[in-house]
Design a protein. Structure first.
Length: 110
């Protein structure tokens, strides 16, 4: 730890947080030189295939996973594309449908 940090009373954890905040502020102002940017490209899932695999109608799929039936239809007909969070949720539904159903049923029970 540097003497300046000791003088301000910062421990190593606080100093690390401060560095991170300074880097985030610099990034927000356009300075990309110090930032580590992690991008995960989640492909557009095949909503119809996921829904069919689960043997659900569009309406039941929509109700079960908290989206409108119109949104499901739009995705399946190609008029709309799921955005980032929806892509992630649909990917998880596709790979771990029981976990998602369990998590959502726990919410409904509380």
């Amino acid at each position: 730890m540097t003497k300046a940090k000791q003088k301000r009373g910062m421990n190593e954890t606080e100093a690390s947080i401060m560095r991170g905040l300074e880097e985030a502020l610099a990034f927000a102002k356009g300075d990309r030189s110090r930032a580590k940017v992690h991008v995960i490209d989640v492909p557009v899932p095949d909503v119809r295939a996921i829904r069919t695999k689960l043997d659900l109608s569009q309406d039941k799929f929509a109700v079960m996973f908290g989206v409108s039936a119109g949104t499901v239809r739009g995705w399946e007909q190609g008029r709309r594309r799921p955005d980032g969070p929806a892509r992630v949720l649909l990917t998880v539904i596709d790979r771990e449908p029981a976990a998602v159903k369990r998590a959502l049923s726990d919410l409904a029970a509380s």
